[in-house]
Every structure is written in structure tokens, then in C-alpha cells.
Design a protein around this ligand. Structure first.
Ligand SMILES: *[C@@H]1O[C@H](CO)[C@@H](O)[C@H](O)[C@H]1NC(C)=O
Length: 266
């Protein structure tokens, strides 16, 4: 059951926040529908200045980000409730290096590859959403739920693993753009290529315009389903390909993650 958020692209993630039952927290005890506090208000968003870091002290809640690409990369952490400015800018991680990024308790949001010009200087326009989203959310006990979503596109692979000893991982390392048909590929504001978003919001001219469901865009969606299909012919389930394919959410009980950003377009 999905809990639809007005922010397209957060559909799958909202499902993480309210509908990821665990043995310790069955759904009935997780107060689905309670307003969550990791979301920025419009007022907070308007005046948000990103915290800039080259890497924080490796302690407490947060995520190790490994740059497995061949060039230095920057990463942008967005809090839910604010799509117009990142919450944290992680700058210039050298190829092959890993940095730790501290996240506040109750954090809910996403991490994307990108460039300062596009995400912070916003020289090219407002929509920075196209690309692979690494989605993270913390509950009141500092447990964290994470997944990789391709609903807003795929500009490269991301894999995510727990560090709490459970040995669980999600995401994928397959280069998602390689071999894609032209119709599945879009261009980010940076000029970099990405597989297009697999969904869009309904408009009043669509059938059932007010049912809260997204419209699936079949060209990029079918490409990703095909590309991420495993040897057994089963669709890859370790990413949200759209809101109807994939069950990729995992939990780190201590709220400390390791993410690998594979080769991709910033
Ligand atoms: C969650 O983490 C924060 C920040 O480290 C800490 O202040 C808080 O006490 C923790 N809460 C629980 C329930 O462990």
C-alpha cells in the first residue's frame, strides 16, 4: 500500500517511511499516516543554505559514500519537503575514495550525483531531479530504511549495504544506460545523459486525473526492466523501477550505511 506524497519521485520513498514493516515494528505499530518530522517546511526550504562538506567524522548516524567512478564526483543530499536546494553538498570526492556524511536524526530524503552549478548555483533551471535516487529515512529509534529508486531516472548504478552486521544489500552495479534505445535517454541540466523518469504526475487531461496514481512512461520503464533482468529471466527487484516493480527496501538497525556510486553521469 503506497502513501502518496505530492512530490513526484517520493512515491516509493513515502512507502519506505510508512510501509516497511519489520519483525520489531509491524506495520500496525508504526503509526502510518502520522506526519513525519524529517520533512522541511516551505519556510525552512526558502532560506535553506546547504551544509558543504568534504567528509565528516565517521561516527553517529549517516552514510559512507564510496566514489567508484573514474573521476572526482560531488553528491547532493536533499531533505524531503525541499526540492529547490540541497540540505548537504558533498564536494569533490576523489575517484576510489570513500567519505562519511553525517545525517541528522529523523532524516528523510535522498542522495544524487550532480554538480555544484546545477544543484546549488542553479544556473540552468529548477528541476534537478533527473537521475538515480538513493532514498534514506530514519525512524524514531534511529533505525534507517534505504532503497535505490529509478522512478526519477537512472544516471548510473548505486548499491547500498548495511554496516550493522546484518550483511544486507540493495541496489545494483549494472550500467543502466549502456545499450539503451534513444527514446529512453534524456539529458540532465548538466548536459549528462540519464535514462528518463519512468513515471509522471497525472494532468487533468488524463483518465481518472484525481486518483493519486502516477502515469508510467513505458519506454524508459521497459528498458530498465529489461536491462536489470537477471540470468533467471526475473526482473531485478533491488531497485524501484516504477511504483509497481521492485521491493528493494532494506533496514540498518544502527542507521549507518555504506553506499557505492558506480560509474555514472554527474
Ligand atoms: C538517535 O540519535 C540521536 C543523534 O545521535 C540521539 O541524540 C538520540 O538519542 C538517538 N535516539 C535513540 C532512540 O537512540
Amino acid at each position: 500500500m503506497f502513501f502518496f506524497s505530492p512530490i513526484l519521485g517520493s512515491l516509493a520513498f513515502a512507502a519506505v517511511a510508512v510501509a516497511a514493516p519489520t519483525p520489531e515494528h509491524p506495520l500496525s505499530n508504526r503509526q502510518a499516516g502520522t506526519p513525519y518530522t524529517g520533512v522541511l517546511t516551505p519556510e525552512q526550504c526558502k532560506v535553506l543554505v546547504p551544509r558543504k562538506t568534504k567528509g565528516d567524522a565517521d561516527k553517529g548516524l549517516g552514510i559512507s559514500i564510496e566514489n567508484a567512478d573514474s573521476k572526482p564526483r560531488s553528491y547532493f543530499v536533499y531533505s524531503n519537503g525541499c526540492d529547490t536546494m540541497p540540505y548537504i553538498e558533498v564536494t569533490g570526492v576523489p575517484a576510489g575514495k570513500t567519505v562519511f556524511v553525517s545525517l541528522p536524526a529523523k532524516f528523510q530524503g535522498r542522495i544524487q550525483r550532480g554538480t555544484h552549478d546545477v544543484h546549488v548555483a542553479r544556473a540552468k533551471g529548477p528541476d534537478t531531479s533527473l537521475g538515480t535516487w538513493l532514498e534514506l529515512g530514519y525512524d524514531a529509534d534511529n533505525k534507517s530504511y534505504g532503497d535505490v529508486s529509478l522512478i526519477r531516472g537512472c544516471d548510473g548504478a548505486v548499491s547500498l549495504r548495511t554496516t550493522d552486521g546484518s550483511g544486507i544489500s540493495t541496489g545494483f552495479s549494472t550500467p543502466c544506460m549502456q545499450g539503451a534505445p534513444a527514446g529512453a535517454i534524456g539529458t540532465k541540466l548538466s548536459g549528462g545523459k540519464s535514462v528518463k523518469a519512468t513515471e509522471r504526475s497525472k494532468t487533468q487531461s488524463d483518465p481518472n486525473p484525481n486518483d493519486g496514481l502516477p502515469v508510467v512512461l513505458p519506454v524508459p520503464r521497459d528498458w530498465l526492466l529489461q536491462k536489470l533482468t537477471n540470468d533467471q529471466g526475473k526482473a531485478e527487484t533491488k531497485a524501484y523501477i516504477d511504483d509497481f516493480h521492485g521491493n528493494p527496501v532494506i533496514c540498518d538497525t544502527k542507521g549507518r550505511w555504506h553506499a557505492t556510486f558506480h560509474q555514472g553521469n554527474p
